[in-house]
Design a protein around this ligand. Sequence first.
Ligand code: LLP
Length: 441
Amino acid sequence: MIRRIQSLPGRPPGFLYRESKQGIFRHKRKFVLHCDEIALPKLVAKYGTPLYVYSAPMICERYATFDRAFRESPHTICYSVKANSNLSILRLLARRGCGFDVVSGGELERVLMADRKAAHKVVFSGVGKTREEMTAALKAGTMLFNVESESELWALAECAARLRTRAPVALRVNPDVAAQTHPYISTGLHKHKFGVPIRYARALYAKASGAKSLRVVGVSVHIGSQITDVAPFGEALARVAELVRVLRDDGHRIEYIDAGGGLGIAYKEPERSGFAKDAASYARAVSEPLRALGVHLLLEPGRSIVGPAGALITTVMYRKANDGKRFLVVDAAMNDLIRPALYSAYHEIVPVTYPDSDAKVEVVDVVGPVCESGDFFARDRELPPIEEESLLAILDAGAYGMALASNYNTRTRPAEVLVSGKSVKVIRKRERLADLMRAEM
Ligand code: LLP
C-alpha cells in the first residue's frame, strides 16, 4: 500500500508517506503520512481530530493542469464554489486568475470576500435564484447568469430593469444525455429538474432577445458530476454546438458556451491514471465539437480541482466485534463527510502511520459515532490491523466534504488546515458548542 501511494501520479505533491526518522532497526521503521512537508500526527497533536487537511500546492497544480489542458481554446475556468467554499481556498484560486461558479447569494458573497475583483469572472447558476440574489449579483457585475426556466428569465429581466442595467444571459439547456454516475448527481436527462429542454431553447431565446434588460450572450450545459467517461460530455457539447449554429442564424450573438463541471476523479486507486491525462481527454471531448464556432469557453470544475487535495483525518476510538464482524469506531462521522452515507461513495482509507512490514490485513467496517446505520466510511474494507488511538486518513475528501458537513447529533464541525510546504494555516477554526447554540438563545 505504501509503495502504491508513493507512486501515484495523480497525487503530486499532496499526501505521501515518508519514512519516519525514529526507528534505528529496520523492523522498527515506520512510514508516516505527510501533507506536503508536514507529518499528519504533528497537525493532529496541535489541532485534534476530526481534521480536514488540504495541500495548497496540489490545488494550484491541479488548477494549472486543468487550465493547460484547454490552452488551445479561449476559456475561463470558473471553479465551482460548492465543492469547497472555504475563503482561503477561494483566495488561493482567485490569485491565480480563476473565476467562479456560484449558486447562491451566499457563495457570491464568499467570492467577493475572497477577492472583490473576481466578480467579473463569476457565473451564477442554479435552478432557484431569488430576486434578492439576482439583484446582488447584478450589482456585483456578474459575468453571466445561467437561467433555467422562462419564469426565472422574466424575474431576472425585472431585476435588471429596476437597476437600469442589462443582465448577461445564457440558457442552461438540458441536452437529454445520460452520464454514468450516481442518480443523485446526474442532471442531464429530461426527467431532471435542471435546465430547459434543448428543443424549446430556440423559442425561449427568441423571447429573451425581445427583453430590453437582457443581453443574450451564451448557452450553458451541465450534465452531472463525477463523470469519468468523457464521451457524454462530447455528446452534450455536440448538441449545444448545433443549437449555437441555429441561434446565430436567428441573429443571436452567442459569445460564450459554458460547459459546466462534472469531470470525475478516481476514488479507487487502480483507476488512477494521472490528472494531466484525464484533463486532456476531457478537454478534447469538450472542445472538439466547438472547434469552428469561435466561442469563449467557460468551465466549472469543482471536484477535479480540490477533491484529491484534501483528506479527513480521524482517530480510531474503539475496536469492537459483533459476532465476528469487526468495527473501527472513529471520531469522524457522517455529519463531517456524508458522501459514503448519501451516495454509497467509496473513499480510500489509509493508516497515518504504516508499519514497514507487509502485515496481514483484516476486514473491518469503519464507522462513526452518529446514531444511524448509514454512518459509515467503509464497509468490509481490508486494512492492516489498526489499534485504538491510531489515526486514519480518509482520502479524496477535499470536495463535497466540509461543504456538506452538518451539525447532526449536535456535533461541532471539524477544523480545516491548509498546508503549503512546511507552512500550516488554520483556515477554519474547529466549531465550539457555543457557536451552535448562539442562534437559539
Ligand atoms: N456546475 C454546476 C451547474 C453544478 O451543478 C456542479 C455540481 C458543478 C458545476 C461542479 O461539478 P464537479 O466538477 O464538482 O463535478 N455532492 C455531490 C456532488 C454534487 C454536484 C452538484 N453540482 C458529491 O459529493 O458527489
